[in-house]
Write a protein that binds this ligand. Structure first.
Ligand code: SDX
Length: 431
């Protein structure tokens, strides 16, 4: 932790409390309230954690007003352009860009852990074929702790390292198996001669009946989508992983909790919800109707893929994805994609509408990712599993950082109680 060089004063009811402040390398200063309750007998109140730093971290930094996203200090647009997903994984996990030898060793370790225990195949067969792949992923990833006992002791740094590699390596295999199971096709084993993204496409789209050549442009787009979803500070699912891990739960249980949280339509489920919204809009001339619904306080409808808790200017990931969308749709010969046309017109209208301007709502990472994934041949039900696959490295990196933090305590928020004061039990005959 940095040295506290100044303090904030809180005064109420004749009391005056000095609270230390910390200055970050970037972003807002923080007021340390850890001793507030002991000193002043009061809690702070911040449902949704809009003004609360839950931890200190060195992994990712977001400047919501400037639309900046840094991973260990490197801007996301440079990483998306010049790096590739497994190198970004190394950067997030270990804090520095790897040398050529380090990268080769890391890629070899991940590549040789992509298969899952053969008996785990039975887990998939316990689900209905129409189960949402996210339900399958939550179940199978949680069950990994039943198969990989030798990497569940979070107090052992080596076991933490093994669990990290196993999770990053096996998530594409599990996601692809969930997809294959949902469409009644046989599972496809990973291949060590393919890179991470190409291997995932191979496990999803190849069939025994014919050879499948991974298109390098699609593999590059897939890799870029993974990179753009890798980590994002203390978002809801990452905070879920951190809270689960604060109790000492095993890494597979913590990541399964993160997958469950990511599933929500306000979070990682937004890419599926966004594409379903575009399909519901159906044509450019119906956009104004949906814009009005999004603005109607009495209508729960929201423009999926728009808005963000932190970004109040632009989501830098959406800008990169917008370029990828054009490339992939052009390759797939669907550049006249109606959904993309609706998406671009919806973006144009929304960005010129006072409601969205005033509330600082604009396309986020989920807005364009769904269009690309659909063009690549994925069903909407696979959009969030792909987000979970990519975010696994972010969850694992943040989990490793927290576990290694000597300050780590079990997360246990308090509350503003508005319920009944104590009262005596009344027998049913007297009620
Ligand atoms: C992700 O945290 C992360 O980093 C997440 C993520 C990551 O990488 O991990 O970036 C990934 O989850 C991106 C967000 C994907 N979700 C969606 O696209 C769903 C649609 N967006 C909204 O649900 C909403 O914008 C949130 C949840 C993303 C953010 O909500 P906030 O910050 O809690 O803001 P809010 O709900 O308080 O909204 C502020 C105002 C409200 O109006 P008022 O009550 O002030 O009058 O803006 C309105 C909202 O009604 N509003 C919207 C809107 N989003 C907010 N109105 C219409 N359409 C929307 N999409």
């Amino acid at each position: 932790m940095p040295e506290s060089t100044k303090s904030a004063t809180l005064s109420f009811d004749g009391k005056q409390i000095e609270l230390p402040m910390f200055t970050p390398t970037a972003g807002p200063e923080v007021v340390d309230i850890r001793k507030l309750y002991a000193q002043a007998g009061v809690f702070t109140y911040d449902p949704g954690f809009t003004s609360t730093a839950s931890c200190d971290s060195t992994v990712t930094y977001i400047d919501g007003d400037a639309g900046i996203l840094l991973h260990r200090g490197y801007p996301i647009d440079q990483l998306a352009e010049k790096s590739h997903f497994l190198e970004v994984c190394y950067l997030l996990l270990y804090g520095e860009l790897p040398t050529a030898a380090q990268l080769e060793d890391f890629e070899h370790r991940v590549t040789h852990h992509t298969m899952i225990h053969e008996q785990m195949h039975n887990f998939f067969r316990g689900f209905r074929r129409d189960a949402h792949p996210m339900a399958t992923m939550v179940g199978v990833v949680g069950a990994m702790s039943a198969f990989y006992h030798d990497s569940t002791d979070v107090s052992d740094p080596w076991q933490r390292e093994v669990a990290s590699i196993r999770l990053i390596a096996k998530m594409p295999t599990i996601a692809a198996m969930a997809y294959k199971y949902s469409i009644g096709q046989p599972f496809v084993y990973p291949r060590n001669d393919l890179d991470y993204a190409a291997n995932f496409l191979h496990m999803c789209f190849s069939v025994p009946a014919q050879t499948y050549e991974v298109d390098p442009i699609l593999a590059r787009a897939m890799d870029r989508i993974f990179t753009l979803h890798a980590d994002h500070e203390q978002n809801a699912s990452t905070s879920t992983v951190r809270l689960a891990s604060s109790s000492g739960a095993n890494p597979f249980a913590c990541i399964a909790a993160g997958i469950a949280c990511l599933w929500g339509p306000a979070h990682g489920g937004a890419n599926q919800a966004c594409l379903e919204m575009l399909k519901e809009i159906g044509s450019v001339d119906r956009i104004p109707e949906f814009i009005e619904r999004a603005k109607d306080k009495d209508d729960p409808f929201r423009l999926m893929g728009f808005g963000h808790r932190v970004y109040k200017n632009t989501d830098p990931r959406a800008k990169v994805l917008k370029q990828s969308a054009d490339e992939v749709l052009d390759l797939m010969g669907v550049e006249d994609n109606e959904l993309l046309r609706i998406a671009k017109e919806l973006e144009r209208i929304a960005l010129n509408d006072d409601y969205f301007i005033d509330k600082k709502l604009f396309p986020n990472v989920d807005f364009y990712s769904g269009i690309i994934l659909e063009a690549m041949g994925f069903p909407t039900s696979m959009f969030t599993p792909i987000f979970a696959l990519a975010r696994t490295v972010g969850w694992v990196s943040q989990w490793k950082e927290q576990i290694a933090d000597p300050q780590m305590k079990i997360g246990r928020p308090r509350q503003l109680y508005l319920g009944e004061l104590q009262r005596d039990y009344v027998d049913v005959e007297d009620r």
